[in-house]
Design a protein around this ligand. Structure first.
Ligand code: THU
Length: 160
């Protein structure tokens, strides 16, 4: 028997401490919440992706009366980037979310399905994605790439 373990590292930043590019992406994610169509949950999520050429692609959650037909903000942005900017690597993702009381105090993290898409996006891009997750009580930054939020991920290589 062999026992293995791993460590997960992240940092928490105040608004004043954030570096210019991270702050710019957080602001883009917050602004993207305005595009949310979320009459069922009342939860507006915004995502902002940074591409390797400096382009920022945003997305928001789009709900539907047939609930599973809706899509999260992250995948809305990721698929938009894939379509409109093919071949460009995604280097960072900022997320912000708000309800009727305002932005969440704690950051939200991508759901499992979005993590799966993020894993493949990262693999295609060949560069780790930096996660910048906004909350009013602090912005969480994860630099380990998608493996840090989706360990033991299934991917194309798993089928070889
Ligand atoms: N949602 C996102 O857009 N991103 C997340 O990371 C978590 C959840 C959306 C889906 C749905 O429209 C609403 O938030 C409530 O789950």
């Amino acid at each position: 028997m062999k026992k293995l373990s791993r460590t997960l590292e992240w940092s928490v930043w105040s608004q004043e401490e954030l570096k210019a590019q991270d702050l710019m992406l957080v602001e883009a994610a917050k602004q993207a919440t305005d595009g949310s169509w979320s009459p069922y949950s009342g939860f507006k999520v915004g995502a902002a992706l940074l591409l390797d050429d400096g382009t920022v692609v945003t997305g928001s959650n789009q709900e539907n009366a047939a609930y599973p037909s809706g899509l999260c903000a992250e995948r809305t942005a990721l698929f938009s980037a894939g379509h409109n900017h093919p071949g460009k690597a995604v280097t960072a993702l900022a997320i912000a979310a708000r309800n009727e009381n305002g932005y969440t105090a704690q950051p939200i993290t991508p759901c499992g399905a979005c993590r799966q898409v993020l894993a493949e996006t990262e693999q295609r891009g060949g560069r780790p994605i930096r996660y910048i997750l906004y909350g009013t009580q602090g912005t969480m930054i994860i630099e380990g790439g998608t493996d840090a939020i989706l360990p033991f991920c299934f991917g194309a290589d798993s089928m070889k």
